[in-house]
Design a protein around this ligand. Structure first.
Ligand SMILES: *Cc1c(COP(=O)(O)O)cnc(C)c1O
Length: 454
């Protein structure tokens, strides 16, 4: 086959999301209440999430049907293309075949609307009038802003301050879709005020912004909270990506040796990779599946596999995951979407059981790869996506070294059109690397909650 762009028709859009829990040989550890430290029940989560999403969160059904209203919105940009990176292969002079799944074609420019649209829909059905959320780089905030606009729901976004300052156009995009955006930590919540008292210049973090958004949602009856990553139901909504990719690889007549995705909270990686993990679990495939993270926030490669809070102010449930500690504040790298202290419990569980691999890269080497990719393929990757590009290029170079063919696929989680100030810094030699923050992580990890369950 010598196709470059592998497309599916609208009729081939998957009808169901895939729930990997149904195929796991080991059960996920229970989620604990932040105060009682006992396993949480649906009623504990009801003040923050609609019941349909809570049910999906604990579901053990293998496939969950995608509502028609959600599929109709997906059709605005899905199915997304799978592209053979022939020009990159040539530039690298590698025998490897490289494919990328282009999630950057969605209106907000990333994979995030795959779950934003589903979450807004279920909230609408259950009568939610207003949704709060946090955003790092602004990708999640913009996806949710658009989704809330489509379903006529008010949207309030707490945006991590360092990104708010680095990416003003993301804010404008969210406001264009009708949302209200404020920098976090803010003075509007107890959680925000507490952080500002200790550190008026705090760059903010996802953990802090989550605390603010949750506090806001709990304090009002008409408001629910929405999270763009980490949770089981979010990862499940993203599996539309990997299911499409499976069909597209079949059309290409190849099966991947290596599957790569970048990880912040773990949602795009999971959505892309879980259908391939299923092939390992159920069909005995030997695929290598690699999660890529920044050295400045290395939750999988350097985190502890332990129970920890999802947010800084300890308002969210306690989950078992790879964590750097809930009060760890990572350096202000440009890949804002990868600055989360923990990792999705399902990704952590797979990593712990050796079903997936992980590696960490520094910022500069990721931008080297991103620029090389842009010059070969034309498309400019988001700084988060650049981590996956780096790993894909390294795998292709390893294939060249070993003189063997290798089929490499990676998820192109989003484009970098709103990250050009980071590219400007890179091109002017002003982008810096951050050392692995040993001492900061050690300190933060000393604050993990004590729980009775192991
Ligand atoms: C948010 C984001 C990420 C990281 O989030 P995950 O939940 O780990 O996918 C990666 N890439 C892009 C483009 C993003 O917007």
């Amino acid at each position: 086959m010598d196709q470059t762009k592998i497309l599916l028709s609208e009729q081939e859009l998957p009808t169901h999301w895939y729930n990997i829990v149904a195929d796991l040989p080991f059960p996920p550890p229970p989620v604990l209440h932040p105060l009682t430290k006992k396993p949480v029940g649906p009623e504990d989560l009801a003040p923050i999430f609609p019941m349909a999403l809570i049910q999906q969160e604990v579901s053990t059904e293998r496939y969950i049907e995608i509502p028609d209203e959600v599929r109709d919105v997906y059709k605005l940009w899905r199915p997304t293309p799978l592209i053979r990176a022939r020009r990159l292969e040539k530039a690298l002079d590698t025998p490897a075949h490289i494919y990328y799944k282009h999630e950057g074609v969605s209106p907000p420019g990333s994979h995030k609307p795959n779950t934003a649209v589903a979450q807004a829909y279920y909230n609408k059905v259950e009568g939610t009038k207003r949704i709060t959320t946090e955003t790092g780089a602004g990708q999640w905030g913009s996806a949710l802003s658009m989704a809330c606009q489509f379903f006529d729901i008010e949207c309030k976004v707490y945006m991590v301050k360092v990104s708010y300052e680095q990416k003003p156009y993301r804010r404008v995009l969210m406001e264009t879709w009708g949302a209200t955006v404020i920098p976090s930590p803010s003075t509007e919540t107890e959680a925000g005020r507490r952080i500002l008292e200790q550190d008026p210049d705090s760059p903010g973090s996802l953990g802090i912004a989550i605390s603010e958004a949750v506090e806001d949602a709990i304090s009002r009856d008409d408001t629910k909270y929405s999270l763009g990553s980490v949770l089981n139901h979010v990862l499940m909504h993203q599996t539309i990506i990997g299911q499409e990719t499976l069909k597209q690889m079949e059309i290409a007549g190849e099966y991947p040796d290596v599957v790569i995705g970048c990880v912040g909270g773990g949602s795009n990686f999971s959505g892309f990779a879980f259908p391939f993990v299923r092939d390992k679990l159920v069909n005995g495939k030997q695929t290598r599946i690699i999660a890529v993270e920044p050295t400045a926030c290395p939750s999988l490669t350097r985190g502890l596999y332990a129970y920890d809070y999802g947010d800084t102010a300890r308002m969210t449930p306690i989950v078992k995951m790879h964590t750097l500690g809930h009060d760890f504040v990572p350096a202000g790298i440009h890949a804002g979407g990868l600055r989360y202290h923990g990792m999705a419990p399902l990704v952590s569980l797979l990593y712990q059981n050796n079903l997936i691999e992980a590696r960490a890269y520094r910022q500069l080497t990721c931008f080297d790869a991103a620029v090389q990719f842009a010059r070969a393929e034309g498309i400019v990757p988001a700084p988060e996506t650049a981590h996956a590009v780096r790993a894909a290029i390294d795998e292709a170079l390893a294939a060249k070294e070993e003189g063997e063919p290798r089929v490499i696929i990676f998820n192109f989680s989003g484009h970098g059109h709103f990250d050009l100030s980071a590219y400007e810094a890179y091109l002017n030699g002003k982008l810096v690397d951050y050392e692995y923050p040993v001492e900061k992580i050690r300190k933060a990890q000393a604050h993990l909650p004590e729980v009775a369950i192991e």
